[in-house]
Design a protein around this ligand. Structure first.
Ligand SMILES: Nc1ncnc2c1ncn2[C@@H]1O[C@H](COP(=O)(O)OP(=O)(O)O)[C@@H](O)[C@H]1O
Ligand SMILES: [Mg+2]
Length: 266
């Protein structure tokens, strides 16, 4: 997988305030389609994508499109062509939708036609304050922003978090369409969505890579899914409704949410 990967990280480590958050993450993002980054709450998914973006101090090897980006500052990583939709969406609540989009412009010729084709509401709601959008609309804005520029990879951190089932299905459709044009690294707890859109996956546990492989194969393996993700691979994950799996994962992972970072030895 490594040789063809668009993005690959080896031995990624992150220490924050003496806390070892990541202690050996390996990650390969396929050059096409959706690659999922999975793991229970607190496993280190958000920290991993922040490490790739240079938003937290990191060591280890990170290569993107054949280039060593592991020591680049965030602005230089972004300019390599990585669009980041963060976990909290990060829209400017007090600015309009159109202003949020304009602030994200990096290229001389931003791809408004593509963004408005995918998200017609971003055009019709251009004058609306982003803070008054629904959660799903804010998520569309966060993803739309990353598509304005000619990015070579989109990183979306839990885009369906807190969204109603119907909206989760809409986000899934959008992600599938985005991935036809640009590869996506998708951090996601909703395993039914992962099963639907992802090709390969990396699973983190306690700040380390615990598994890499085909997403559908993992989710079909009840024992492995339970061990790695805390859910049965059979029933909730296999359910046809995309909505069904999310609460199961959330409940299963809540108990482990706090105990993953270990204090640095003196
Ligand atoms: N800035 C930080 N300072 C201290 N601990 C942190 C910080 N960021 C994350 N952590 C801890 O690191 C672990 C991994 O967090 P995170 O990457 O957000 O996990 P995930 O996205 O998989 O839920 C958690 O235990 C979290 O509390
Ligand atoms: Mg997270």
């Amino acid at each position: 997988m490594t040789s063809e990967a668009l993005l690959s990280a080896r031995g990624l480590r992150v220490v924050i305030d003496g806390l070892h958050i990541l202690h050996g993450v390996d990650l390969d993002v396929a050059p096409t389609g959706v690659t999922a980054l999975l793991g229970r709450n607190g496993a280190g998914k958000t920290t991993t994508v922040k490490a790739v973006m240079g938003l937290v101090p990191r060591t280890g090897d990170i290569r993107f499109a054949g280039r060593d980006v592991g020591r680049l500052p965030t602005h230089a990583v972004v300019r390599q062509g990585i669009g980041y939709a963060p976990e909290d969406r990060g829209v400017f609540a007090g600015l309009t939708v159109a202003e949020n989009l304009r602030l994200a412009e990096r290229d001389a010729d931003p791809a408004y036609p593509f963004v408005y084709e995918l998200f017609p509401e971003l055009r019709s709601r251009g004058r609306q304050l982003a803070g008054t959008l629904s959660g799903g609309q804010q998520q569309m804005l966060a993803i739309g922003r990353t598509l304005l520029n000619a990015n070579r990879l989109i990183v979306a951190d839990e885009p369906t978090k807190g969204l109603a089932p119907k909206i989760v299905a809409e986000v899934a459709d959008v992600l599938a369409r985005v991935a036809e044009r640009v590869p996506v690294l998708l951090v996601e707890q909703n395993l039914a969505l992962v099963r639907r859109v992802a090709g390969t996956c990396t699973v983190l546990a306690d700040g380390r890579t615990a598994h890499q492989g085909d997403a559908a194969e993992l989710l079909a393996d009840e024992e492995a899914a339970r061990r790695l993700l805390g859910v049965g691979g059979g029933h909730p994950v296999a359910a046809s409704s995309i909505a069904t799996a999310a609460p199961a994962v959330a409940a299963a992972s809540a108990a482990t949410a706090t105990a993953t970072a270990t204090k640095e030895a003196p």
